[in-house]
Design a protein around this ligand. Structure first.
Ligand code: FES
Length: 111
């Protein structure tokens, strides 16, 4: 298992997501962090519909109402707290959750 520092907890705000790229030898890992009701969730930045990244602009992952993660390509809509797709072309599928560890005020990815 490898660990990667992502950011400090105070760098995340409610109703806002942040994207990260972890450089790996074979293929970079794109992921996002999102905070809801004080909980932090991490998902691979990979839409189950076409296997492409969810966002087209940096750190823009959420629906207009900030209640869901929304794919910018065809509008698939995912729950913030479990990554389940509730609307769009991949309804019923899920974003891939990633393991994070909170160490004091730091967020670390474990892969
Ligand atoms: S690529 Fe995400 S909804 Fe089509």
């Amino acid at each position: 298992m490898t660990q990667h520092f992502l950011c400090k907890q105070q760098d995340l705000t409610e109703d806002k997501a942040r994207g990260f790229t972890i450089e790996k030898k074979s293929e970079n890992l794109e992921l996002l962090l999102v905070k809801k009701d004080g909980e932090i969730y991490a998902y691979k930045n990979h839409c189950p519909h076409l296997g492409i990244t969810l966002n087209w602009q940096e750190d823009e992952f959420l629906s207009l109402e900030k209640t869901h993660i929304e794919c910018s390509t065809h509008g698939a809509t995912f729950n913030l707290d479990d990554g389940h797709c509730i609307a769009g072309p991949c309804t019923g599928q899920d974003l891939l959750p990633l393991n994070i560890e909170l160490r004091d005020d730091e967020i670390w990815l474990q892969i």
